[in-house]
Design a protein around this ligand. Structure first.
Ligand code: PMP
Length: 283
């Protein structure tokens, strides 16, 4: 059962208008939040980012946090999500339907679409790591907005897959930004390095959690631009995201990272993250 614009809709039922701007222009925003054991994780941070994305695209959201939280709770209940379930909550807001023209219409009503899907944690990748390929970052210059326009991300991911890699590490003008649907970290001499949270990357909620956990446990973090060469000399690499959590990257362009095994810094961060999940879902 899905939520579309105030209605509960059965899977497969038509629900989107042909001239919905989300559909025609990718004119909208979204969030993906994690549900662990039937409980939303980092929900407040996802709500805050949704409101920020809306502001950045000049979209007034007619729902407040409490209303969105109520819709999320109802979605979980209607879909039978219990404390046995790990799942994701997807929530998108398009600018709504309006005769097709680029100008932002005065009168369109935003359309909220939301659903939950049961989703296991990616344990195999978390334990063993993945391969990655360096790929040119062809996306636009407002990657900080979580917009429905994901074609750039789709194409870079496909380029990595064509080369037999699981994901891409994106670079722009020689500087490494992030991955197709996650943030990127390098470990060198016991310190974490990640791109600053500016317009060139999504300000990942998992990224911030990892930074906070690292700093709290005495691991220094440098939020600064770094090059492809730095990545090639790193001791460990990993990516972070709501569904990918903290995934080690053990090879880049076919070359092993460090000794090719999952490193001890990433393992330590994974353990801290695990503890953080357990704390949040048990309160
Ligand atoms: N960067 C991009 C491009 C993403 O799509 C995502 C996933 N939403 C992330 C980073 C990770 O963000 P988060 O940790 O908030 O899921």
């Amino acid at each position: 059962m899905l939520y579309v614009n105030g209605n509960w809709v059965e899977e497969g039922e038509p629900s989107i208008q042909a001239e919905d701007r989300g559909y025609n222009f990718g004119d909208g925003i979204y969030e993906v939040a994690r549900i662990y054991q039937g409980r939303l994780y980092q929900w407040e941070a996802h709500l805050a980012r949704l409101f920020r994305s809306a502001r950045e695209i000049r979209l007034d959201l007619p729902w407040n946090s409490a209303q969105l939280s109520e819709i999320a709770a109802q979605l979980m209940a209607k879909n039978g999500i219990t404390s046995q379930d790990d799942a994701i909550l997807y929530l998108q807001v398009s600018r709504g339907a309006s005769p097709r023209q680029h100008d932002i219409p005065q009168s369109s009503e935003p359309v909220l679409t939301a659903f939950v899907r049961r989703k296991e944690r990616p344990l195999e990748q978390l334990n063993n790591g993945i391969s990655a390929k360096l790929v040119a970052d062809i996306r636009w210059l407002r990657c900080d907005i979580k917009t429905l326009n994901l074609l750039g991300a789709v194409l870079v991911k496909e380029e990595a897959k064509d080369a037999g890699a699981a994901d891409c590490i994106l670079h722009r003008d020689g500087i490494v930004t992030e991955c197709s649907a996650s943030n990127f970290f390098a470990v060198k001499d016991g310190q974490l390095y990640t791109h600053p949270a500016n317009n060139l990357i999504l300000h990942g909620i998992t990224r911030q959690t990892v930074i906070d956990l690292a700093l709290k446990s005495g691991i220094p973090v440098q939020e600064e631009a770094f090059s492809i060469d730095f990545v090639k000399q790193a001791d460990e690499l990993f990516l972070t995201g709501t569904t990918s959590e903290i995934t080690p990257i053990t090879s880049v362009d076919g070359q092993p990272v460090g000794n090719g095994q999952v490193g001890h810094v990433v393992k330590k961060l994974q353990a801290l993250f695990e503890e953080n999940i357990r704390m949040q879902v048990s309160v």
